[in-house]
Design a protein around this ligand. Structure first.
Ligand code: NAD
Length: 471
């Protein structure tokens, strides 16, 4: 009997009139039935969130902290069920940097966000006046999430919103809705009704959220193309936006890099979640003098990493999450091969069931090839040779993307000098794709607008209110 998942609106389970099957990308098996939500469901959810906001906006700081801690606890208590569901619908393995890791991140972010605060500031306290700056919630926050880290990104959106006195309507990706439906059902049970609501549906429902006149803020994580549509449709209602969009992160390996030591963080910086990570290393510029050594080390490391059905605990890499992404990775690699790329490892789909594409490295690639210029979002790393570091920096920066970048080398002054010149929201030195709840994260150029995490991430869910009193 197939498990049927439901939307949660106003603290209650709300059935839909239609359901669709969600497939396991490793096996092709049906994981469960997802409700097909409508614009009417969305309106119901917005009304429930507005009603909850009327009292949640006046909740005390300690009530909001307690709510975040309750979320952390509920996620931890149900981590086994949620990890299995995540592995079945998303494909990422239970182990490694997979589902259990993602659930651990959910609890860590919720717990840390509880400890943050936005206290009132006194701007002036003089004999004639007292001016206070307060941080106030905005109202109903709309959240739209992608399919790569669906639960962790949902937590990134909803916890700071709740922490600052807002209420939320979230819509997960139609590719991975089940884990979010279940997680929100569990979370809603420990919060006042309507503080968090979840609707499921396709891209059209996402568009209905971004243009909704009574949603007062939108937080969106997804592709650049969709982010642009979201921004345009949010304009008539003048919603503040946080947009976390795609990346095409460059890494630059300097001649003095300690390859033996760095190969492991370099590999995982690129291949975390089989490359389906916004801030993964997606193009690697390697100095001539160490090019062959880097290629060999990465190939040797990558060929022994087990990939397969994530329910088998020996696997640490999974498939591409969906057929569209699988076809895209094939297309980009075939395009590179037809333009002279050399396949060092992998380079063709594995065959058999599931959307498995093996760990792949390509050399003899250059800017101008699609695999270098576009976001591949899969387990393929193009390795680009350079001989002049100024030229490598210019190529790394010569793009509309600007999420993360990295530089790899032993001389601290030299790596710092390159880091200072790289144009990205985060620049890493001798690592890549590390995030933490206390460190603001966001992209520049087309990779996003605003930041998440830390104090600055929290502020994005509030507006400043000044109280200016004559004394
Ligand atoms: P996507 O843009 O296709 O979809 C994301 C979400 O937007 C889904 O819920 C979808 O239903 C919804 N949507 C689609 N059309 C919409 C519209 N017109 N209006 C409103 N919502 C709409 O992205 P995806 O394929 O799910 O995710 C992969 C992309 O996300 C990659 O580019 C990746 O780099 C990016 N990403 C960025 C971050 C980050 O923090 N910067 C994190 C994860 C993923």
């Amino acid at each position: 009997m197939l498990r049927q998942f439901e939307m949660t609106i106003g603290g209650r389970s709300v059935p839909a009139t239609a359901y669709q099957t969600i497939m396991n990308p490793s096996t092709g098996a049906v994981v469960g039935l997802c409700p097909v939500g409508t614009v009417e469901h969305l309106d119901q959810a917005v009304i429930a969130a507005e009603q909850a906001f009327a009292s949640w906006r006046h909740s005390s700081d300690s009530q909001r902290q307690a709510a975040c801690r309750a979320i952390a606890r509920v996620v931890t208590d149900n981590a086994r069920e949620l990890s299995v569901l995540l592995t079945q619908e998303q494909g990422k393995p239970l182990k490694g940097l997979g589902s259990e890791f993602e659930l651990g991140g959910c609890a860590a972010w919720a717990g840390y966000t509880a400890s943050l605060g936005l206290p009132m500031k006194v701007i002036e306290d003089s004999p004639s006046k007292r001016i206070e700056q307060h941080r106030e919630p905005l109202g109903v926050v709309g959240s739209i999430t992608p399919w790569n880290w669906p639960l962790m990104i949902a937590i990134w959106h909803i916890v700071p919103a709740i922490r600052t006195g807002n209420t939320v309507v979230i819509k997960p990706s139609p590719f991975t809705p089940l884990g979010t439906l279940r997680m929100i059902e569990l979370i809603a049970a420990v919060l006042p009704p309507g503080v968090v609501n979840v609707v499921a549906g396709g891209d059209d429902l996402g568009a209905a959220i971004s243009r909704h006149g009574r949603i007062r803020k939108l937080v969106f994580t997804g592709s650049i193309a969709t982010g642009k549509k979201v921004m345009a449709s949010a304009a008539p209602s003048l919603k503040p936006l946080t947009l976390e969009l795609g990346g095409n992160d460059a890494g630059i390996v300097l001649p003095d890099a300690d390859i033996a030591k760095l190969v492991e963080p370099m590999f995982w910086g690129a291949f975390i979640n089989s490359g389906q990570t916004c801030g993964a290393l997606k193009r690697l510029y390697v100095h001539d003098s160490v090019h062959d050594q880097v290629c060999q080390a990465l190939v040797e490391f990558g060929r022994q990493i087990p990939m397969g059905d994530g329910m088998d605990e020996s696997n640490v890499l999974g498939p591409l999450q969906n057929e569209r992404q699988f076809r895209r990775v094939i297309e980009l690699v075939e395009d590179a091969k037809s333009h002279g790329a050399k396949v060092l490892l992998g380079g063709a789909p594995r065959g058999g069931s599931g959307f498995f594409y093996p760990v792949s490295f390509l050399s003899e690639v250059a800017d101008g090839m699609r695999i270098v210029d576009e976001e591949q979002f899969g387990p393929v790393l193009p390795i680009i040779r350079y001989s002049n570091v100024d030229d490598a920096i210019a190529r790394a920066n010569g793009t509309d993307f600007g999420l993360d970048a990295s530089v790899w080398g032993s001389d601290k002054a030299k790596t710092a000098a390159v880091a200072a010149r790289l144009e990205a929201g985060t620049v890493f030195i001798n690592k890549h794709a590390e995030i933490a709840p206390n460190v603001p994260f966001g992209g520049i150029k087309s990779s996003g607008l605003g930041v998440e995490f830390g104090q600055e991430g929290l502020e994005a869910y509030t507006t400043i209110k000044i109280v200016n009193a004559a004394v």
